[in-house]
Design a protein around this ligand. Sequence first.
Ligand code: SP5
Ligand code: ZN
Length: 340
Amino acid sequence: MNKIPVYFNKNQLLFRPKYEWVLGKKIKHPETTRRAESIFNEIRKNKNLFDIRCPANIPLGVIRELHSDDLITLYNSAGLLPEGQDFYPSVFPHENRDNADPSNIFHAGHYCFDSGTPLNNRTWMASSWSAACAFEAATEVLQGNSRFAYALSRPPGHHATGKTYGGYCYLNNSACAAKLLRTKGKVVTVDIDFHHGNGTQEMFYRDSRVKTISIHGDPKRHFPYYCGYEDEIGMGPGKGYNHNIILKDGSGLTTYRNTLKNQVIPLIKEFDPKFLVICAGFDTYHLDPIGKFRLKTEDYQKVAKVFFDLDLPTVIIQEGGYYTKDLGRNVVSFLMGFLT
Ligand code: SP5
Ligand code: ZN
């Protein structure tokens, strides 16, 4: 049996966001380095199943095709912050937007849509390696060397749009993979993170060659609140190529798998893509502190099996998942679904 290549670089651990505010309380930041460590340690225990690889650095030109010059300039500005200092934007302008200057860190709020996604002098280091994992996993599958590849991307990416960051995401790793694959054929992205993949949706909203599907908690009650509704179907040439599926809080395997089989799989098949990208968040776990679905560790393998049966070259990109104790086991359970 072929091992699944796993991409990870230790520099992704250098970025350590400290806290965020939730309902007036300062809480430890959920997007910790322990997340990646939990996954890495569990994968390392299964050396017979996985081939751990360090990606090459991602060319800056690839990131420039994904994100605006201003956003990249802002991350550069964050690189000048003193060691140990985190910048949390607190002013989000709705007017006077023409004044925004990405070389001024105080203007970060113009490029950001939430207050829980800090910048510091290591943000770029970690997030560019995170994107490098996705880029190399996609390269591996594009070249046909492996049918499956997993990017242990951290920080996550699916909330980052072309011009903005937020939701713990800085560079859109999944979109990076999809864009590369698109050079050789149609791509479907399926976002199974608990949250709507607003960044990925935005990046391909007018694109008929990438169909974007996201299954998530109700944005009326959950982040990112302003999008993820079922009437967002794409625009222009991309009209009909974006699908949002909302599930109730408390949804477990039965609901989840029925949704995949009855809605998601037909949407993929009718599009007849050449490649599949799975934006794989595990904040759908029953113990997750943020998500409100009820999947169990063994369920992830069953979810994966549904995708495995599509028989498509598949790139799996790590997104959210905040119950760190079980995160590694959940990821390995999911990946096992591609090894059966
Ligand atoms: C990639 C990803 O999953 N991003 C999610 C961003 C969610 N941010 C909003 C968090 C609201 C946190 N509520 C925490 C409750 C802690 N008990
Ligand atoms: Zn999430």
